[in-house]
Design a protein around this ligand. Structure first.
Ligand code: SF4
Length: 331
């Protein structure tokens, strides 16, 4: 059994420092994630190396629109979520009890497979990657040493300690933003202290140079108010010059109209890179309208960009397509 590396010890007991719950655990007690458990003087990782899904596909399948457009990636997921409200609803939340369904893959094999299949990199998706912190970190380090790009689809509820270890090896983050209020976060995730998610995202971009994009799954009557959408738009403008791509998608079939309305509101707020669920729109320079990413039949092609700037007018268009060159926000 693998042990949690981010642990603090005090007179009160043993605390797991992997995510923002910072669970204080008595002997035998499980963390809120349901994948870490205190056993004597250690915290055991019960999901270490176990995979819930692994597939090869375009990076757009994981929500990215400005991150290595059109690249093929090896996407893997483990088990576990840091949001208790998802335990019953999310398919990849709990480790299967049947040992026959507990498949594992070691970091060398993940990176080797990515190389053999000539993918541009590795994306952690499906479950919350922070729940597999130790395995993701080891794999991301190996991936970096073989010049694979790395991305994570995350809820951003990592601890700062976990982020500061992971971020130097992670090129791109697709952050799910559930709203900008206590009511939205409590209803959709079960967490009360959600502000740290936004501070962490900013830290990842400005301290570590991670490329950031966000996705908001709209739930009718929960997170679709104008006030909430305007709040997120203000955050993107204030912290990132308005350049972060924002994907607004329906959470379920019943929410399609609400998501379309929210997307129109967001576009009307002056954000240049607002997208829907399908990767079909041409991306244009916000200043001169020059096409910078064309997407015919869902096939993205970067056509008018030089080092993240529009080739026509020189404006920043926040596109990351090089392992070595970062865009302006990350300088
Ligand atoms: S990963 Fe998060 S939820 Fe799980 S034990 Fe650690 S602090 Fe608690």
């Amino acid at each position: 059994m693998h042990e949690t590396t981010l642990v603090s010890r005090s007179a009160q007991g043993l605390r797991c420092e992997v995510c923002q719950w910072r669970c204080l655990l008595a002997d035998g007690e499980w963390g809120r994630c349901g994948v870490r458990q205190r056993q004597d003087q250690t915290i055991t990782v019960h999901n270490h190396g176990l995979v819930s899904a692994a597939t090869i596909g375009p990076v757009e399948d994981y929500g990215f629109r400005h991150f290595f457009p059109g690249a093929s990636v090896f996407a893997i997921g483990g088990w576990g979520t840091s949001f208790p409200a998802h335990h019953d609803a999310a398919y990849h939340a709990q480790v299967p009890t049947d040992p026959a369904k507990q498949r594992s893959i070691d970091p060398e094999r993940v990176v080797g497979f990515s190389q053999e299949r000539m993918t541009r990199g590795i994306v952690w998706a499906y479950n919350e990657p922070t729940m597999n912190f130790e395995h993701v970190l080891e794999t991301a380090r190996l991936a970096r040493s073989t010049s694979r790009m790395t991305g994570m689809v995350t809820n951003g509820y990592w601890s700062k300690a976990a982020l500061d270890q992971l971020a130097p090896y992670i090129d791109g983050l697709m952050l799910t933003v559930y709203g900008l209020s206590d009511a939205s976060y409590q209803a959709l995730t079960g967490v009360e202290q959600w502000q740290g998610i936004f501070a962490g995202a900013e830290h990842a971009v400005k301290r570590w140079g991670c490329h950031l994009e966000i996705t908001t799954p709209i739930v009718t009557g929960v997170n679709d108010s104008s006030a909430e959408i305007e709040g997120i738009a203000r955050w993107i403008k204030r912290k990132f010059n308005g350049l972060i791509p924002w994907r607004i998608i329906p959470s379920r079939d019943a929410d399609t109209n609400a998501a379309t309305s929210v997307r129109k509101v967001a576009q009307g707020l002056g954000l240049p890179f607002v997208y829907g669920a399908q990767p079909t729109e041409t991306t244009r320079c916000p200043k001169c309208e020059w096409a910078v990413i064309e997407r015919f039949d869902g096939q993205p092609r970067v056509v008018g960009v030089s080092e993240s700037q529009c080739e026509n007018c020189g404006s920043e268009v926040y596109i990351r397509s090089s392992l070595f060159k970062r865009n302006k926000l990350n300088d």
